[in-house]
Ligand binder design. Sequence first.
Ligand SMILES: [Fe+2]
Length: 143
Amino acid sequence: MISVEWDTMLNPSVQIMNIQHSKIAECINTINDEIVDMQHSCTHINGLLDQFEQLCQMLFMYEEQLLEEVNFPSVAEQKHLHDLYLKSIEQFKAENYQCHTASFFNGFIKLRVDFLSNMNKETMILCDMFMNNSRGDTTVTSH
Ligand SMILES: [Fe+2]
């Protein structure tokens, strides 16, 4: 099984986000393992998907808070992307009861890829920006 690995080179100022990412990665890997292991119940897997959604929700809320603090120009667009992603997790749960089927597995791979390629990349951009903004200053100033 391929594990998700995370860049741990983040500035301490965004360490909370790093911890959140680690928890999400752990959750993604657990769900992945349970889908391919027939011994796990679909109810349990759906519970893990709830947990995954909650973790994403917390990460996004924190991100949005940081974006507002640094006056990010497209906060609304970011919030929209987050909402769409949370909705895609919700829909994935609602539409699938056959949790060990190939289609369910492929659906989860798509969620993983979307998180890694879009959500994570965009978070890294935010972290870079946050680091640059707070360089030479220990706090991000509000106005
Ligand atoms: Fe984001």
